[in-house]
Ligand binder design. Sequence first.
Ligand code: ZN
Length: 186
Amino acid sequence: MTADYAGLGGWTPEALGLAGEVLTVVSAPDPVLSRPGPEVDPKSDEVVRLAADLIATMRVSPGCVGLAAPQVGVSAQVFAVNVTGHPKAVTVHGVFALCNARVVEASRWKAGREGCMSVPDLTGDVKRASRLVVEGRLPGSGEPVRLVTDGFEARALQHEIDHCAGLLFLDRVAGAHAVYQRKVYL
Ligand code: ZN
């Protein structure tokens, strides 16, 4: 455990100081989705703008619970998550963006169905930790944060951290039998 890591506190996207623009979401097999993103300087103007753009894009995308920089064509370890109001979510930290996030504890692995805006036609069953501790940096302040979460929010975080490492849920499914044609588009 790292002593200087705190929770999200009262962080809101307004802390970024700008509204962000809606960007185009890229789809597989765009190579940017398969490229591990570099760590970023969370205090840089570029990263603050990127975080605001991810949040703005997530907000206009129905059913979107997370969006990572590679999905808007930027290879970088930045993502946004918001599982507020999702029926499967238990612990909910609201809308937040994280830079350079790492899984530091993961347990209680469970299979669950996932989709992705960058893989619009498929869903798949993926095993994820349902108890999770993640450490990262807030865009803007660069403040180190430690998030303890579970269930659906934990799944969303692992999915987005994977994007930043160049991995899609398709890289995590047990095999072709665990991939499904999407029937319902939100
Ligand atoms: Zn995704």
